[in-house]
Design a protein around this ligand. Structure first.
Ligand code: GBH
Length: 479
């Protein structure tokens, strides 16, 4: 039996923090209130066929008006930390000028969290660039990185006295390659070189914002959140499969990890790009800026990928939203790479449930990057969508999500037993919300949201998490 099979509750270390995560555009609604202007997502949602069902974040969970109830819900669940993001277009509607009314919303939210005994964990950028800055070139334009550092300073001016944990970007891989290459995400551009320009300027923005915040207050805990995969070759004896896994690892993980932790882009990736006439627009000094020391690395883990140079015999997994617009893969040097299903259970996103991948990922990132830099790891997202059935009494008995959560908590404890310095877990998400290109079609919440009435109902998975937090242990394996 693996360490993850246990007949009695498995203790969670006392200094390990248990929380939940959300993001501004996915929950707030009120997209045009109190001075907020369009973000790239407001504009993207208006493109016919871009989002399933023609959905948008215009109302979402109405969190802007219901945040007090949502904080009360988190308090009931007993969560210790809450990871949320500020909307750049609410804070600086034109991408430059601070909007006091928009900032006041986050000030009230933070006060409420602190009153509830919940530590706020703030992300500055979860994909909602002000449309005004996209009109000026977006992330492919170098100036956007400078604008991002100014935005960080404006948020700090209002929240810096109460928020200590700051994350610059959420998943810059998605912003660059889903936003500017496959076009599945806003702003829906499909241009390989633009996606690499965006990746570099996102990293530069991270470095500049980190320097700015550090100068404003050296005591802050600063970091970034990356979405990472564990790429395994389908046939480890096949050189082409091994190379496919190397290329996915380079473009998904090391493109971001190496400049942040080692001040250099990976040589193999640069060669792959060069062979395709592509490059990263690095100017003198950029790599030193990007390598500005951080305190925390957030890892978002959903699943790994078994990759091959040959197409699978079985039907392939499809993770992109069904849009006529999306034709290119999000990997600029990823042609001829196929993901094979492994026969594992899959979620409603067709993502494989692979908790041991999280253990391996944590061990590797801790060993190769975080520990040598004195950086602490946090699992800042992990979660699953399922087609929840609502019972006659309104309850949601989401046994699969509850088991998903249990398995991944166990996977983290396995990593801790192997000596990994990981200090927190944030389930994605507190509640069902706007799932980007999938609209409201996919539900990740521990809490169900009825989008007609906005009524919130804690699911069975939420009750399992509540019990685990209260007992400070992972419940035993069902047999
Ligand atoms: C996160 O992104 C987001 O931060 C969050 O806002 C979102 O709601 C949540 O996850 C659920 O989707 O190799 O082309 O098949 C998820 C990141 C990155 C995970 C792409 C799946 C598949 C890419 N995703 N990945 S591909």
């Amino acid at each position: 039996a693996s360490a993850s099979t246990h007949a009695s509750p498995r203790p969670i270390p006392a200094d390990f923090r248990l929380g939940v995560a959300t993001a501004a555009y996915q929950i707030e609604g009120a997209t045009h209130r109190d001075g907020r202007a369009d973000s790239i997502w407001d504009a993207f949602c208006r493109i016919p066929g871009a989002v399933v069902g023609g959905d948008s974040g215009e109302r979402a969970c109405e969190h802007y008006d219901r945040y007090r109830d949502d904080v009360a819900l988190m308090r009931e669940l007993g969560v210790q930390v809450y990871r949320f993001s500020t909307s750049w277009a609410r804070v600086q509607p034109d991408g430059r000028t601070a909007n006091a009314t928009g900032l006041d919303f986050y000030s009230r939210l933070v006060d409420d969290l602190l009153d509830a005994g919940i530590t706020p964990w703030l992300t500055l950028y979860h994909w909602d660039l002000p449309q005004a800055l996209q009109d000026a070139g977006g992330w492919p334009a170098r100036d956007t990185a400078l604008r991002f550092a100014d935005y960080a300073a404006d948020v700090h001016a209002v929240l810096g006295d109460r928020v200590t944990n700051w994350t610059s970007l959420n998943e810059p891989w998605c912003s660059a390659f889903l936003g500017y290459l496959s076009g599945e995400h806003a702003p829906g551009i499909q241009n390989p070189q633009a996606s690499l320009d965006a990746a570099h300027h996102l990293l530069l923005g991270h470095g500049l914002a980190t320097q700015r915040l550090r100068a404003l207050d050296p005591a802050l805990s600063l970091g970034i959140t990356l979405n990472m995969t564990v790429a395994d070759p389908v046939d480890p004896q096949d050189a082409d499969d091994v190379d496919a896994a190397r290329r996915i690892d380079a473009q998904h993980n090391r493109l971001f990890l190496d400049p942040i932790f080692r001040g250099a882009y990976p040589a193999d990736l640069l060669a792959d790009l060069d062979a395709r006439g592509l490059h990263l627009p690095v100017l003198d000094g950029d790599l030193a800026t990007i390598a500005t020391p951080i305190d925390a690395l957030g890892i978002n883990y959903y699943h790994g990928d078994a990759v091959s140079a040959r197409p699978p015999a079985e039907a392939p997994l499809s993770s992109a939203a069904p849009s006529e617009r999306v034709k290119l893969s999000p990997f600029p040097a990823g042609e001829g790479i196929f993901t094979h299903p492994r026969g594992l259970p899959v979620t409603a996103m067709e993502w494989e449930v692979q908790p041991e991948g999280l253990t391996r990922l944590l061990v590797r990132i801790d060993e190769e990057y975080a520990r040598p830099a004195g950086v602490t790891l946090y699992v800042t997202e992990n979660g699953a969508a399922y087609t929840d059935e609502v019972g006659p009494d309104g309850s949601v008995d989401d046994v699969e999500r509850a088991e998903f959560l249990r398995l991944h908590l166990d996977a983290i404890l396995d990593a801790i037993e192997q000596g990994v310095n990981v200090k927190g877990y944030f389930y994605w998400s507190l509640m069902d919300n706007f799932e980007w290109a999938w609209g409201y079609d996919k539900r990740f919440g521990l809490v169900r949201v009825d989008y007609e009435t906005q009524v919130r109902t804690v699911k069975a998975s939420g009750r399992l998490y509540q019990a685990a937090i209260a007992a400070r242990s992972v419940p035993p394996t069902a047999d």
